[in-house]
Design a binder for this molecule. Structure first.
Ligand code: HEC
Length: 297
């Protein structure tokens, strides 16, 4: 029964694999058709005009980066995680929230490896909305909401109180929460790395960049509302690592990859242990089978 079901699942998967690329290729057709009239251009000049108008703004495939956390045995580089956290804190947190990460997570196994004291001190340097005080007030004399120092149990406070104020400060664009961005985008870590290092190129002549937009060929539509957030020397690393654009981008992407999957190392370790167990168990079953059935044909 279960074998039949397995076959069923496998054939559905196979079907999906064979049909999906066909669907994916459909939108490619107009773009792919564009270069075609370019060859007979000289012969039929009127056909060249619509071809020139069709601008291809499909994002480039992300750059391929060899990450320490790739593969079934990959782990996070602690130094890179800590530096990446510094980049998030000093640069990205001005615009992007990190809603799913609490200060205590920074001191948990599999994470950046800060000590509980460090996480506590770090939390205390942030202020978060406080509950009503003893008089039942939630705002102070000036009408400002009451705040208190954060504790390790608190989550990172967002840079803006709501979406409207966030958009108002960013030319109408919304900087997405970064906690799950690595999981949420095709290309994952490579994609975020490519966005961060994909600025500064000259746009093709036929791509007009809108006001408050920046050319980035790895972004959908090639225009992003985020100003280039990193450059060589954006931060000073305490461990003496050279803060090049490449290094900073790798570090913050390592940190964001951890943030999107804080239990990755534990999961991989468990997976490996389960494989070992199954291997040993298979051997045991085989030998006991032989013993039980020895000479019983
Ligand atoms: C000045 C504000 C600002 C800063 C600082 C900033 N960003 Fe952004 N970011 C934005 C805005 C605005 C968007 C939305 C862009 C859009 O939709 O066009 C964005 C989008 C993104 C995206 C999403 C792209 C997508 O696929 O939707 C990523 C990833 C990103 N930022 C990462 C970072 C990282 C990492 C840092 C820190 C190194 C950072 N940002 C710093 C404003 C900022």
């Amino acid at each position: 029964m279960s074998v039949i079901r397995l076959f069923g699942v496998a054939s559905i998967l196979l079907l999906a694999q064979t049909t999906l690329p066909a669907i994916a290729q459909e939108p490619a057709a107009p773009g792919a058709a564009a270069p075609a009239p370019a060859t007979p251009k000289a012969a039929t000049p009127p056909a060249a005009a619509p071809a020139a108008a069709a601008i291809n703004t499909r994002p480039l495939p992300p750059k391929q980066v060899p990450w320490s956390f790739d593969g079934p045995f990959g782990t996070f580089d602690r130094g890179s995680l800590q530096r990446g956290f510094q980049i998030y804190k000093d640069v990205c947190s001005a615009c992007h929230a990190l809603d799913h990460i609490a200060f205590r997570n920074l001191a948990e196994p599999g994470g950046p490896g800060f000590s509980p004291e460090q996480a506590k001190a770090l939390a205390a340097s942030y202020r978060v909305p406080a509950g009503p005080n003893e008089q039942g007030q939630t705002v102070d004399a000036n009408g400002q909401p009451l705040t208190r120092p954060a504790t390790p149990a608190d989550y990172f406070p967002p840079p803006f109180p709501n979406e409207q104020s966030s958009r108002a400060s960013n030319n109408g664009a919304l900087p997405p929460d970064l906690s799950l961005i690595v999981k949420a985008r095709d290309g994952h870590s490579d994609y975020v790395y490519s966005i961060l290092t994909g600025f500064g190129q000259q746009p093709p002549a036929n791509e007009k960049i809108g006001a408050g937009r920046f050319y980035n060929p790895y972004f959908r539509g090639h225009q992003i509302a985020m100003p280039p957030p990193l450059m060589d020397g954006s931060v000073m690393y305490v461990d003496g690592t050279m803060p090049t654009l490449d290094q900073e981008s790798r570090d913050v992407v390592t940190f964001l990859t951890w943030a999107s999957d804080p239990k990755m190392e534990e999961r991989k370790r468990t997976g490996f242990n389960v494989m070992i167990f199954l291997f040993v168990f298979t051997g045991l079953l085989y030998f006991s089978y032989q013993r039980v059935w020895y000479g019983k044909h």
